[in-house]
Design a protein around this ligand. Structure first.
Ligand SMILES: NC(=O)c1ccc[n+]([C@@H]2O[C@H](COP(=O)([O-])OP(=O)(O)OC[C@H]3O[C@@H](n4cnc5c(N)ncnc54)[C@H](OP(=O)(O)O)[C@@H]3O)[C@@H](O)[C@H]2O)c1
Length: 235
């Protein structure tokens, strides 16, 4: 079977799940990861049998787990064509201490959002060089503008820089690197104080990811910024 293989981190809900569904319809075989295996397995069951979809538990902040996922992908399917480094989390923060979570809870978000895509890239790029494949990272519109008091925004600025650093190192390898930077998307992750703001549907982001993936191998879509109509310019 020659169908391309796409690995998605954070593939059990939100943007990752919507992209998995769109990619399955487009003919990709999938490797989906998340920490919560029950929800992941339940979601994946609707996308195809084990010959089409592999689910693996993985915390992207743990190097041994994400590198093990890439090894298992090649062992199972014999190839890896594209990776959507999408897993992420958010906690509210304030540097003045006026709101937000205990600073003890900040570390996990930084590890997931910054080390996660960095480890994913490091684990997957040798395989992607062999396939002349494609790395897509989930950044955020908040990784382009200043959000008062937001460490989440700072982690997404890090993803903006990470995508550029990886693309620069990949020159000459044939690997394409895309960062997708969504505004507010209607998922479990959005903060309560933004529930009534204009929102994208996760499927809107999935179409953007598929657009990047389905370009000719000579075309590298570097960045996609996608925001809901009416979203405040500073959010
Ligand atoms: N929603 C928005 O408005 C928005 C806007 C811009 C960017 N984003 C970004 O989009 C990405 C997906 O977010 P979402 O809104 O779709 O959230 P979501 O619905 O909460 O989905 C997050 C996914 O990531 C997984 N995950 C979380 N922490 C993980 C970890 N440490 N290791 C492995 N998997 C982990 C979750 O599964 P488990 O919990 O089972 O591991 C889940 O599958 C994130 O990078 C987020 O920052 C979201």
């Amino acid at each position: 079977m020659n169908d391309p293989v796409l690995l998605i981190t954070g593939g059990s809900s939100g943007l990752g799940a919507a992209t998995a569904a769109a990619a399955a319809r487009a003919g990709y075989r999938l490797v989906l990861t998340a920490r919560g295996v029950d929800r992941l397995a339940a979601f994946a069951a609707g996308l195809g049998g084990p010959e089409r979809v592999l689910t693996l538990p993985c915390d992207v902040g743990d190097w041994s787990q994400i590198s093990g996922v890439v090894a298992k992908t090649e062992e199972t399917f014999g190839r890896l064509d594209a990776v959507f480094a999408n897993a992420g989390s958010s906690v509210g923060t304030s540097f003045l201490g006026r709101s937000g979570e205990d600073p003890e809870l900040w570390r996990e978000m930084v590890v997931t959002n910054v080390c996660g895509p960095a480890y994913t890239a490091r684990a997957a790029l040798p395989a992607l060089m062999r396939s002349r494949g494609h790395l897509v990272l989930t950044g955020s519109a908040s990784g382009r503008g200043v959000r008062p008091g937001s460490l989440y925004s700072a982690t997404k600025w890090a993803v903006t820089g990470l995508a550029q650093a990886i693309r620069a190192e990949c020159v000459g390898t044939g690997v394409r690197v895309t960062i997708v930077q969504p505004g507010l998307v209607d998922t479990e992750a959005i903060p309560a104080d933004r529930k009534d703001d204009p929102k994208l549907d996760p499927a809107d982001v999935a179409r953007a990811v598929l657009y990047a993936l389905e370009q000719p191998s000579t075309v590298d879509v570097n960045e996609i910024v996608i925001r809901p109509v009416g979203q405040d310019a500073y959010k």
